[in-house]
Design a binder for this molecule. Structure first.
Ligand SMILES: [Zn+2]
Length: 309
């Protein structure tokens, strides 16, 4: 069955978005393309099972295979980098650019794939497989301008969601935040992109502040889409990351376990959005407020319960 997804399109000057149809659902996992005069760059490539659809989306935008010079991976989680091995074959001239901490996972993804599939349990078919990328195709990211011909893209290291996480900003202020910003889907409020075992909350807040300093004019998120009025929007994301810490800390102090805290956060999100359980679609109910919320809470608990120096 072909997964549902929004049509690919040009969402800003020389910036294209492809809905990868992650989890068999539209508006869950996006990847982006930036076009310069000489070449193009991709930002993330999505899960492996969705690669054919993603590649077709890129072709539909008129991106020629040999023109892709860089494939930037914001980080190595499978919803961003799972299809990197397929993308490296599809785009033979592209350098795969990733934070140096992620390189070993691209060369040997077995640990990452095992942990991800375990985390998703009976839903792990969505995650699929990830095969090794040839080491000679991989380049460690540097915080410098990557030129595409009258357009450039620059990584900004934004640890928090994971240590080897980066965002990217173009020379004209288009920000691809990756999971440095929260998740937003289906009418629900912001859900911080915490991840197990430890979500570095302080690092995540500092990273959003670094993005604010870059003064972006528009922000694109992988999960999902465009955030206008970027400065205020980034403040909302920072507030959400911090307020979740406070709420989860109080529940940990009350002695609630992971399952109870997830149930309470689920209730909190529904209440905040003035929604009922019956308003949720299957993806929101089972994946977003199920597995993914569980991972976010686990990451916060790991952070709160970790010994402080
Ligand atoms: Zn991630």
């Amino acid at each position: 069955m072909k997964p549902k997804s929004a049509a690919p399109g040009w969402v800003a000057d020389g910036v294209g978005m492809v809905d990868t149809g992650g989890y068999g659902q539209s508006h869950t996992v996006a990847c982006y393309v930036v076009k310069g005069e000489r070449s193009a760059a991709l930002v993330d490539v999505g899960y492996s099972p969705n690669w054919r659809q993603t590649a077709d989306g890129l072709a539909g935008l008129g991106i020629a295979r040999e023109k892709v010079e860089y494939i930037f991976l914001t980080h190595v989680h499978l919803d961003h980098a799972g299809a990197a091995w397929e993308a490296s074959r599809e785009f033979p001239n592209a350098r795969i650019v990733v934070h140096e901490k992620g390189i070993r996972h691209l060369i040997d993804p077995s640990k990452l794939v095992g942990a991800t599939r375990a985390g998703f349990g009976d839903q792990s078919a969505h995650v699929g497989d990830m095969r090794a990328v040839q080491p000679e195709r991989i380049w460690p990211a540097r915080e410098e301008r990557y030129d595409l011909g009258r357009r450039s893209v620059e990584p900004i290291f934004t640890p928090g969601h994971m240590p080897g996480h980066m965002s990217l900003v173009t020379d004209d202020g288009v920000l691809f935040a990756g999971d440095a910003v929260c998740v937003k889907h289906g009418g629900l409020g912001l859900i911080p992109a915490g991840s197990p075992p430890v979500y570095d909350v302080r690092g995540a807040v500092k990273s959003v502040e670094r993005l604010e300093e870059a003064k972006p004019t528009v922000t694109f998120a992988p999960h999902f889409g465009q955030y206008p009025q970027t400065w205020r929007e980034l403040e909302h994301h920072k507030d959400a990351i911090q307020s979740w810490e406070g709420i989860i800390a109080s529940k940990v102090n009350e002695g609630l376990d992971h399952g109870r805290i997830c149930a309470e956060m689920r209730r909190h999100l529904l209440q905040e959005a003035e929604m009922k359980e019956s308003d949720l679609d299957g993806y929101s109910s089972e994946v977003l407020l199920g597995r993914l919320l569980g991972m976010t809470v686990e990451g916060y608990m790991g952070y709160l319960l970790a010994p402080r120096p």
